[in-house]
Write a protein that binds this ligand. Structure first.
Ligand SMILES: [Zn+2]
Ligand SMILES: [Zn+2]
Length: 252
């Protein structure tokens, strides 16, 4: 049994054939899913998908790209959505200075406001970080009681260690499988009890499917790659990453 800790099931590519997508994932032994919101509208879709499906859980939050578009009521909206049983985290939230679709100051403000919600409600956070290591860790350090995961980890070992030091988990996606990736070297040094797996589908298809729409079932390729990197059996990585997901997200 594997858990895809990060997918966006409400996008048309996946949502229009959701039962087949889930069936194909189940056939690959991927049986639990965390559907991650990127703005209020998507978070509401996450809620309805997770309430309708036993093994799908969800998060609510505003992505750094979307932070310039929040309404005045967005914090109340998150409080409203997150109270349902299937909602298990605040996210994805964070900083993205690679594309800077929202101004950095706006990103930081919205990120902090959502860290406050996580702190208030004692929910884990799903962190998005691209080219913003320094500011990101600085903000996380201001909320020592909040824990969570560094989703789609793409930074260096120093940043991985910074996350580990403050109690966060590191989640690897299909980019771990890409040719010439620096990530296998980083992964090697991370204790297995702090590693998670995800697809970020429909983005980031792993090898050998790179370039095609991604699906949660491909979590399996990330686990296979980790098994190669750590030189331990597939089943061991599967069990450990699954247990880690249960632990950090308090899954049933
Ligand atoms: Zn992300
Ligand atoms: Zn995502």
């Amino acid at each position: 049994m594997l858990t895809d800790t990060h997918c966006h099931l409400y996008y048309d590519e996946l949502y229009n054939n959701l039962s087949q997508v889930i069936q194909r994932a189940n056939n690959l032994d991927v049986t639990r899913f965390i559907c991650v919101g990127t703005n209020i509208e998507d978070s509401k879709k996450c809620l309805s998908i997770s309430e309708d499906n036993d093994n799908i859980f969800a998060s609510a939050g505003v992505h750094p790209h979307d932070s310039k578009d929040v309404s005045e009521s967005y914090i109340d909206d998150i409080y409203e959505i997150i109270q349902y049983d299937s909602m298990i985290a605040i996210g994805e939230i964070g900083l993205d200075y690679f594309r800077n679709i929202s101004a950095p100051e706006t990103q930081k403000k919205i990120f902090r406001e959502q860290m406050e919600i996580a702190q208030d409600l004692n929910y884990p956070v799903i962190i998005h970080n691209r080219d913003s290591d320094k500011d990101l860790i600085e903000i996380l350090n201001d909320y020592p009681d909040v824990h969570g995961i560094a989703h789609c980890f793409s930074s260096d070992l120093e940043m991985a260690n910074a996350f580990l030091e403050i109690g966060y988990y590191i989640s690897f996606s299909g980019n771990l499988t890409f040719k010439n990736s620096h990530l296998p070297e980083v992964a090697k040094s991370i204790p297995l009890n702090r590693v998670l797996v995800e697809t970020d589908s429909p983005y980031l298809s792993p090898e050998p499917h790179r370039g095609k729409a991604n699906e949660p079932g491909r979590t399996r390729f990330v686990v296979e790659k980790l098994s190669e990197i750590y030189k331990v059996p597939f089943e061991l990585i599967a069990k450990q990453t699954n247990d880690n997901a249960t632990e950090i997200f308090s899954l049933p």
